[in-house]
Design a protein around this ligand. Structure first.
Ligand code: AP5
Length: 225
């Protein structure tokens, strides 16, 4: 695998819930301006806005199940067809099933493009539970904090936009267990698929976010900006 050009790379961030996909994506975007597309964030914003899509998926997300492939497929076909995604993007939370990976291959093939890297971030489940139960997210801008590992300057208030911080409704132990089950059963098989395709970069997700970023950047030149 050669170097990628940070600003117009096509990357996938793979990994169980809470391994730090969103945290690393935010850092990569800050450094090289790569477009960050999070399917979870697209769904949550549709739920917040009371859009038809949001009403269709709210209960599914709330229980920690995966939204049906056909629905996510429509969302991503539309999102990836926008001009800002023409050259580069970083997908966070998609693909999550074999059918979604096939769909992504099809979209890219039509454009004469392919993926540059699939970065699989790996963290053990007890640590995932600790990260997710302590996560706090901004209700306005989506910035992510943690009650111990990434504390906001003022408790309960977003450093970036001053919005209120809250706990995601799917960050309870019961729902996290469901999300981890969905990951093991439906998403983890993609690791082998991308390994066979020569695209996989497995990264140890332990340690501080800056250390994890350094591991990614060491293996994917072009992301330091
Ligand atoms: P989604 O929003 O994609 O959730 P997820 O995959 O469960 O991932 P998270 O956002 O929970 O975690 P993350 O890896 O981004 O971790 P973060 O950086 O925040 O999906 C939500 C739901 O939407 C799904 O359950 C499903 O229902 C639906 N959905 C979404 N996409 C779908 C799809 N393609 N198909 C079907 N359904 C779909 O970090 C977590 C915490 O840890 C934070 O507090 C952070 O500050 C902290 N942290 C991060 N890095 C570190 C570190 N190195 N050390 C210590 N703490 C850290």
């Amino acid at each position: 695998m050669g170097a990628v050009r940070g600003g117009d790379a096509r990357l996938v961030l793979l990994g169980a819930p809470g391994v730090g996909k969103g945290t690393q994506a935010a850092e990569i975007t800050r450094r090289v301006g790569l477009l960050h597309i999070s399917t979870g964030e697209l769904l949550r914003s549709a739920i917040r806005a009371g859009e038809p899509l949001g009403r269709q998926v709210a209960a599914i997300v709330e229980r920690g199940d995966l939204v049906p492939d056909a629905l996510i497929g429509d969302v991503m076909e539309e999102r990836l067809s926008r001009p800002d995604a023409a050259d580069g993007f970083m997908l966070d939370g998609f693909p999550r099933t074999v059918a979604q990976a096939d769909l992504l291959d099809g979209i890219l093939a039509k454009r004469g493009q392919g993926l540059d890297r699939v970065i699989s971030i790996e963290v053990a489940e007890p640590e995932i539970l600790d990260r997710l139960t302590g996560r706090r997210s901004c209700g306005q801008c989506g910035a992510v904090f943690h009650v111990r590992y990434n504390r906001p300057r003022a408790e309960g208030i977003c450093d970036r936009c001053g919005g209120p911080l809250r706990q995601r409704s799917d960050d309870t132990e019961r729902v996290i267990a469901e999300r981890l089950r969905a990951y093991r059963e439906q998403t983890a098989p993609l690791i082998l698929r991308y390994q066979r395709a020569g695209l996989l970069l497995a990264v140890d997700g332990r340690g501080r976010p800056a250390e994890v970023f350094e591991r990614i950047a060491a293996a994917v030149p072009g992301l330091r900006g």
